[in-house]
Structures are given as C-alpha cells and as structure tokens.
Unconditional design. Structure first.
Length: 354
C-alpha cells in the first residue's frame, strides 16, 4: 500500500529539512576547516602500509603489509587525541612554568567501532618504549620529537607500540585552545565540597558549583597540589596525584565535546568552532568528513555510551630518581580484549557465530 499524500509530503519535507541542516553544518565546518593546523605523520618505511611494493618477477603473492600490526578492520577508526602543554600562546605563564617546546599533558586514544566506542586515557607520566632508541621515556615527552621524527609522529609511533594497533588519525589542542573553547560555550561547571586553591596553578574556587571561565578551568585541570579548606585548615585534597589530574582532564573532555556537539544554533556553533580552530592541529590525512565523524562520535560521550578503558599502573622511579608510572598489565592485551569484544558484538549484530 502506497503512503498517503500527507505522509508523502511530510517525508519529503523532512528530507529537505535534513538536507538543509546538513548543508548548513557542512558550511559551518568548511568555514573554519582552513584555520586548523596540519602536521604530517611520517612513519618509517618499514611500518608504511600504503603504496606499491616492488616484488621479484617470479613472486605472485601479495606482499605483507604493516608487519607490526594486524590488518585494520575497515569498520574501525582509531584516533589519538592530545592536549599540549605548550606555553607558546599563553599571555601569562605564572603558575605553569616556562620552557621551550611541547609536552603531551593529555593523551587519549578513541576506538570507534561499528557497535561500540572506547576511550583509553594514558597517564602523562607512563613509561613507554621510545622509537628514538633502546630506552624508555615518559609519554608526555614524546611530543618533543627526535631526528628524524617530528613530535606528533614520535608520539603516534610510541602509542602504537603501546596499544599494539595502528593509529588512523592524530588531533592536538593546546592550552589556549582549552581556554578559548570553554569561553566560547559559556563556561565549564566545577563542583567541590570545600573551597579549593593551588597558588602555583592560580587556582581559587569557592565551595559548591562554579561556572568557571577558561582560565579557571585550565587551572583546575593542571593543578597538581590542590588544597581544600576544612575545619582543621588547608590540606592537600585526598588522592591528589597525576592520575586524579588525568581524570579531571578526561571528564572535561567528555563534557566539553558533548556540549559543543549539542549546540543547535548555527551562530553559536560557528563561534565555538572559530574560537578553537586556530589552536587545533590534525594530521594531514584527516579529512573534513573524518573530523565531522569524530565530532559526532564525541557527542555520545556524556550519554555513557562510551566505554572507558583503564590502564592499571604502579609507581616507579627511574635511575635518575624521577617519579614515573609503569603499566601493571600489558596495554596491548587490554586493548585487544576490548577490540575482540567489539568484533564479537558485531558478529552477533550480523548474525555471524563462530
């Protein structure tokens, strides 16, 4: 039975409206896309998986590709999301220290599967194998790079070794980007039981909930020595360590990306995108469609549909006396378990059983 004229008109009208909204969203994205910085991820030739490979004339078999990693599932995308500790664009570096170059203050890996999405947070002080030589280095220091690798390439290679999977795309935002994004969407809510402070991070918040501006939010995320005012005076907040700070940053990312994705006003969306775009760096292979796909995925973070993948860690000390973290379990196995469960879910969805 064919649809009634009214239903047909409603369907056509809805389709036209959807196309108009899609076109408007694409236009907004395109107007800011050129403001985003690009960087090349230059893997060594032994890890390259694209392009023709010369073979002997008597060899008919296809060459092995990407020997270090399994064949990528076409329905899977892996994004490396980084928050830079760069001071380059900060007008006031008081409380943050001043140094040349970049450090990876926030490192997260987003696994986008057909049936589920996972978010792996990597502590900045976690020791990882360095692609620069036979040594271990904190993951935060990889963004400095080493010949012949630029910082994003070195960090990408180190993370790939850690998780045992090839990263599809890289995206980085610096400290100013965090501040600009917060101010563009009207602030970020921070709730604390008691007044808190950290003189070195320029942090000072009253008890209760505060709609913090960009500078306050940045201080909250970067504070390493957060104190709270109790009946007995000021004391360091219980459990305050690098992992707690990393959890603040992850919660911020989840909330902010969800809020940006929920903005319905084209004007507000344009303002938010224009504010943060100059402070974002992505790999040169990331297309506008990939970026939109990532943004749509991030919209679901706050709804609880994203699985948080944790790395159990133990405290350690380097030969030089620096405090670091080591993974208590092989991270590649943790990631493999998540991906295997995603493959199993996909099989059930498609009616495929093993």
């Amino acid at each position: 039975m064919s649809a009634s004229p009214l239903k047909r008109r409603l369907w056509i009208g809805g389709a036209v409206l959807a196309l108009l909204l899609l076109a408007a969203g694409a236009l907004i994205a395109y107007t800011t896309w050129n403001d985003v910085n690009r960087v090349s991820i230059d893997r060594p030739s032994s890890e390259e998986s694209s392009g023709p490979v010369a073979q002997p004339e008597d060899q008919d078999e296809e060459p092995d590709q990407d020997d270090d990693f399994e064949v990528i599932d076409p329905g899977r995308q892996i994004f490396l999301l980084v928050g830079s500790d760069s001071r380059e664009d900060l007008e006031d570096t008081a409380g943050f220290g001043d140094f040349e170059g970049n450090r990876a203050d926030v490192v997260m890996v987003l696994f986008k599967e057909p049936t589920k999405t996972g978010l792996l947070s990597i502590p900045r002080d976690l020791l990882v194998d360095s692609p620069c030589g036979d040594s271990e280095t904190k993951v935060s220091e990889m963004l400095e790079g080493c010949p012949p690798f630029n910082g994003p390439t070195l960090l990408t290679l180190a993370v790939e070794r850690l998780i045992g999977q090839r990263v599809d795309h890289f995206a980085l935002v610096d400290l100013v980007g965090f501040q600009e994004a917060v101010d563009a969407v009207g602030g970020y809510e921070i709730c604390v039981e008691n007044p808190v402070r950290d003189a070195r991070a320029n942090l000072e918040l009253p008890a209760g909930c505060t709609m913090a501006d960009g500078a306050q939010t940045l201080a909250w995320m970067r504070s390493r020595r957060t104190q709270e005012l109790t009946d007995d005076g000021w004391r360091t907040m219980p459990g305050m360590n690098d992992l707690a700070r990393n959890e603040r940053q992850r919660s911020f990312l989840v909330d902010m990306m969800s809020r940006v994705g929920d903005i319905s006003s084209p004007g507000a969306m344009t303002s938010a995108a224009q504010a943060v775009a100059p402070y974002v760096t992505v790999d040169s292979e990331l297309s506008l469609l990939d970026a939109v796909n990532l943004a749509m995925t991030m919209r679901g973070l706050r709804s609880g549909t994203v699985i948080e993948i944790e790395i159990p860690v133990v405290d350690a000390t380097t030969d030089g006396g620096a405090a670091v973290l080591r993974a208590a379990e092989p991270v590649d196995e943790i990631v493999a378990d998540f991906l295997a469960s995603a493959d199993a879910d996909a099989g059930v969805l498609l009616g495929v059983t093993g």
